[in-house]
Design a protein. Sequence first.
Length: 323
Amino acid sequence: MNLRCKRGTAAALLLLGAAKSMAAGYPDRPVTMLVPFPPGGVADTIARPLAQAMGDKLGQPVVIENKGGAGGAIGIGQAGRAKPDGYTLLMSLSSISILPAADRLLERKPAYQLEQFVPIARITADPTVLVVRADAPYKTLQEFIDAAKSQGSKLSYGSSGIYGTMHVPMEMLQSAAGIKMMHVPFTGAGPAVQALVGGQVDALATGPSSVMQLIQAGRVKALAHWGDEKLDSLPQVPSFKSQGYAISFVQWSGVFALAGTPPAVIEKLRQAVKSVADDPGVQSRIAATGSPLQYLDAPAFDAYWKKDSASLAVAVEKIGKVE
């Protein structure tokens, strides 16, 4: 072995040793879980009980940092620029897969690439639901669609941003039902839900967890959902498919680390999330949000994510360029 090879081998061994040493002491300070939406949305309501329980398992606090805007792109992009040491995690929705496809369609530089992230675990996976205010004049999906047809684009809906997880299903509905509504984007589900309750918009599509308390309080009502089967949290709400509209959309939530994070740190995070997911108390707290835990460990989540990303890229292409 020549001197150059010996030096290269020695350097590699030093780096490996340093990585193992860092992983052995991980975490020795608080961990940040970046949520790319404002408080009150699906990602935020799922992240908070998860982060608290993970902190107990890891022995260090897992602190939520909300960074909303651009349908999640600003926060996800910020997470993608973090150091891959396990001290910055990302709690994202399925919009993480949509936004790069939308950027390509619109011929603009993506805020991030999917390859920048490593999946740790899927936490929930729920169809979005179509909700309106409780005092809205339409009591059924068909009455809502008839109103949209008669009012042209005067009927409005809120979202977390263009091509986000609240926008894409509404585009699917408009295409399937032959209607056109006014799109009003906000920085996240929380502000969009507030706008619905306050009368600034007429409807929205969102995960059950961000509106469940409002439904239970009788302030909003769900007309339909984008799932294939009955929702356990809203068993009385029919699916679009059962009413003749062949559309479906699942809004999942998942935890990601940065690509390049030491494998031993990834493994610690996997085990922490798995332990949390197996805890009946945590399961109960997450289920209380209206989105029961539907855990997938890293390998299964990775396969699911790849398949879902491909499907969502096709959906974005079908929707085309929108304002």
